[in-house]
Design a protein around this ligand. Sequence first.
Ligand code: GCW
Length: 713
Amino acid sequence: MTTDQSAEVHAAWLPPEAFRAIGSRRTLVHGAGLLVGTVHQEVEQACARFGGTVRRQEEAAGDICDGTFDLVLALSAPGRSTPGAEAVSAGLREEDGRPLEAIGDEGFVLAREGGVTVVLADTPAGLLYGLFQVVRLGESAFDRDRAAELHRPAVRRRMLDHWDNIDVHPVMGQVERGYSGGSIFWRDGGPRGDLTRVRAYARLLSASGVNAVAVNNVNVHATETRLLTDRLGDVADLAEVFRPYGIRVHLSVNFASPVVLGGLPTADPLDEGVRAWWAEAAGRVYEAIPDFGGFVVKADSEGQPGPFTYGRSHADGANMLAEALRPFDGVVNWRAFVYNHQQDWRDRSTDRARAAFDHFAPLDGEFHSNVIVQVKHGPMDFQVREPVSPVITAMPATRLAVEFQVTQEYTGQQRHVCYLGPMWSEVLGFRPWGPDAATVAAVAAGGSADGTAGGSPDGTGGAEGGGLVAVSNVGDDPYWTGHPLAQANLYAFGRLAWAPQADPLAVLDEWIDLTFVPLVSGDPEPLRRTLHAMMDGSWHSYERCSAPLGVGFMVRPGHHYGPDVDGYEYTPWGTYHFADRDGVGVDRTRASGTGFTGQYPQPWSEVYESPERCPDELLLFFHHVPYGHVLQSGSTVAQHIYDTHFAGAEEASESRRHWEKLGASGLVEPMLYARVLELLDEQVRSAEEWRDQINAYFHRKSGVPDALGRLIP
Ligand code: GCW
């Protein structure tokens, strides 16, 4: 592994060595436009290092497949015939069997014939994604013929939200829930100035498939509010750096901006003055950043201002901003993470899991077509295990985006190895209406239960979904992500957003093959095996270590690291487990609980309602059961808690042993080796603490002995 010395930035999944196959060959880059320039530059850099050649040709000249080149990256401009190009995609068909007419906005066709590898795209962005596909393939892009393959992203917008602050927040710091040092954009009240890192980041994101970035925290504090107006230049500077990599910049905005910035007496979304203020603000943004993506809004949530103050609905609020952005094709990502965070823990009728659905489902059909309702994948808050949010099933006439958390707030805070690809993949492939209906990924792409496209009441909506969003895990840490192996999560988010059906372990392979393998001189197999052994099952392992059977939130209040079973039990946050001497879990049934199970369509509303049919891993999310309750696995709740926590701690030690074995092999760079080893020490310590606290707590509460008689403190 190398660090790019010039920029002091770890190369992550784009080490120069990963470009060897391209850089040692003869390439033609064909077409015009900023992103084609980026493609050319990438190839040029690789050639400078590995001795190949590259020619840039804006206009068609000659047959691109005549054998002069090993690799041709060409734009297929309509009406311009490029000899050889048509042959590449001839015969390709759409899913429904029609002949392919257009490759599409960001797609590309890849083929190899007669010794020439060809990437063909309709747009410069498609060409750039095609280039990175050739990088991923390495030598295998050139070693045999390949029938033409069509690659297209499953969702149009693949976005990372940064929870970065400009000022250092007194509690949350420079990056809210950031575990990788400072922000790559902001420092101590202003922009960082040096954009080298942002450029490297843009490049990495583009190579993973991400095409949108929100550059500030959804909790928009005083200074950050001004990014919309007098600090807009700072956003424009970032947009400038992201642009050559096909990434649009979005901004989190403060709903109260007309009051805070504009001096208006109200931020009421139906007030004409307020609407005019936003229209003008949006106009100024687009003057500075013509390809600006849009606004991200957290409203009426955890203390953020919103339309409720004025007795207006979230549709009123979102639509007002949508109208301001509409002339410029901008979108509003309006978050559905709305709940009462000042709940009385004695009140058993309020259920935080219900909140997003209760607030948003009744508004289906009321949002404008450029509003995207952004829904956290689970009904609570990024726990290691949650069911899929029922909001995803409840708004067929609304563009929905599904939100993940790459930053590991509740999954080890980038001190623990926890590869989240398998979790996201499970969510994306989940079929909330049963086995024959749509997946969550299809909803994000714009489908609904019966496979028809979503739409919106003003008629201008339609097939396009809201896409996939995730909270970034990146900071100014030398390895980008605190834990070097947490880079895999960032990579996997982009790749799964592009192709949600991809096998997350194959994605992990890709990441290993780009990040580590090009730098290994000998046999890379032991390294591959070790990383898979440590990472493949690490999400399940983390689940075994932490709160059991889907109950969630047994973490230290505030920073959320480490165990504290009752930490949130008597707080206003709505995150309870209700453990007593007889049992544990939240009764969310219709029969006797909060009725949350009724927010799901069939078959899941029935499955979750039944303690016998409810999947074990979600039992305590939906049911309050006795410690002796027998799980589908055959174990009891108490015994399951003991067994999984002993296993989780043992797995952490095993992971450490795997890594230690690698030490002597010299297969990883010593600094990275040492960093990971140090973090594994902490993971082992923490897993043992989880084991002992959780086991002791339930042992004392229940009095149930461990069937194996192991030591429980
Ligand atoms: O998970 C919670 C975090 C908050 C965060 C919030 C949200 C940005 O603890 O720090 O605020 O979610 O998603 O808005």
